[in-house]
Design a binder for this molecule. Structure first.
Ligand SMILES: Cc1ncc(COP(=O)(O)O)c(C=O)c1O
Length: 415
């Protein structure tokens, strides 16, 4: 490696004690149990695998590398469906004033519930995977669905949403413009918005979505304990609006308080709104404007979800922003396993955290972050492969054709 300056940027949180009260309030264990109980009833549900990469861990000089592989989540190639489906379940539960025990999956899909609810259209803006999850959940549960995407969304992603029977509308502008437009149109048409991002007076459904993601966390903890590990020492999690990161990090802080793993949030450099908010060190949200151009479609968001930011600002240990080729490198590492490590299909948003770890461990000029994270031979590092090849053409361009190559000065020498 002969870089003169690092290509990644970071902010280390400089607090001594973390305030975990919000994490405990938002992610009580009882809610995560309820989410898992609901998801378990969905036909086809099974735990997504937690994959171990011992040879890669050895190469990097760490104790273990664990990858929760959400490319195997139902038929959807991404974790996102966990949030949308749980939010729709909670919505119906509240609308019918039913206790959790009464609202089984079977009852939820019954004609009795349909009659009681009448016609409902669920609606959301998306940069791909959330919309696909909502379309799938609406179709599975028998409701209509309207999804708004922004103008940079690939046709493959649009088709994947349409396949589940949703109406898809393309909105001029970026993801945040699509969110603004669907709020206006939902009001006009009486649609129910199921958004993964929150705003001033819209927090309940985004909170349910985040709670829905904790099914994945409960699975991880069960899978790790099967390996004799109580908790990871480090968790790397990617962020768009920050809902996933807040769910992962909030869950761990709800469970372990100040003994939670060290948590690192990773974003694309042209859409790094959580990093930007952390960089100002004033506790406030700072948006990123522009076309949010990145290959990491799932992370192309310029405005953090306020309820997610409230958790992240109190609990995340570091905020990292990286160029696109770091994600492409992560994808190629997953796709070329060492010795008998498993092969993992990881899309652009899924692989960026592994790419970020390599940069942190190997690049010159990153010493401050390395020292603060204290990654060593005892570290058990958790990644979430949040998506498989959700855009198969882009996936092939990167893996087969070598698009988004790492500039030579950032090549790492690992023998
Ligand atoms: C594959 C993938 N990973 C990560 C994320 C980030 O989630 P969030 O927007 O909650 O930060 C998304 C969001 O759509 C995604 O699609």
């Amino acid at each position: 490696m002969n870089n003169t300056k690092p290509d990644i940027s970071w902010v280390v949180a400089d607090r001594t004690e973390k305030d975990v009260s919000l994490s405990k309030e938002m992610f009580p264990i009882s809610r995560s149990r309820e989410a898992r109980k609901f998801h378990r009833q969905i036909p086809g549900y099974k735990m997504s695998p937690l994959r171990s990469l011992p040879n890669l861990a050895h190469l990097f000089g760490v104790g273990g590398i664990w990858v929760k592989d959400e490319s195997c989540r139902l038929e959807l190639n991404s974790f996102k469906v966990l949030g949308g489906s749980f939010a729709i379940y909670r919505f119906i539960q509240e609308r019918l004033s039913l206790p959790a025990e009464r609202l089984t999956y079977e009852y939820l899909t019954s004609s009795e519930v349909k009659e009681a609810l009448g016609e409902i259209t669920f609606a959301s803006a998306t940069d791909g995977n959330h919309g696909r999850g909502i379309a799938w959940a609406s179709k599975t549960l028998g409701f209509n669905c309207e999804i708004y995407v922004h103008s940079e969304t690939s046709q493959r992603r649009i088709d994947a949403i349409k396949n589940y029977g949703a109406n898809v509308k393309v909105i001029e502008g970026n993801y945040d413009d699509a969110v603004r437009q669907i709020v206006i149109d939902a009001e006009k048409h009486g649609w129910e918005i199921v958004s993964d991002t929150s705003w001033d007076d819209y927090t309940e459904i985004p909170a349910w979505i985040m709670q829905g993601y904790t099914t994945m966390m409960a699975e991880i903890q069960e899978q790790l304990s099967g390996q004799g590990i109580i908790k990871p020492t480090h968790v790397f999690v990617q962020a768009g609006v920050g809902a996933l990161a807040a769910a992962v990090i909030g869950y761990y802080h709800s469970l372990f308080g100040n003994d939670a793993p060290k948590c690192i949030v990773v974003e694309p450099e042209d859409a790094a709104c959580i990093y930007e908010s952390a960089r100002h060190k004033d506790g406030k949200i700072h948006n990123v404007e522009g076309d949010l151009n990145t290959i990491m479609a799932g992370l192309a968001c310029g405005e953090p979800s306020p309820i997610a930011w409230d958790i992240l600002k109190e609990t995340a240990d570091a905020f990292v922003s990286v160029p696109d080729y770091v994600a492409a490198k992560g994808m190629r590492i997953y796709a070329t396993p060492l010795k008998d490590d498993p092969f993992i299909i990881s899309g652009e948003s899924g692989a960026v955290t592994l790419g970020a770890l390599v940069a942190i461990l190997k690049e010159r000029g990153v010493e401050e972050l390395r020292d603060c994270l204290k990654i060593d031979k005892n570290s058990e590092i958790l990644f979430i492969n949040t998506e498989g090849n959700t855009d198969p053409v882009l996936f092939k361009q990167i893996i087969w054709e070598g698009s988004n190559p790492v500039p030579k000065e950032y090549w790492t020498d690992q023998d």
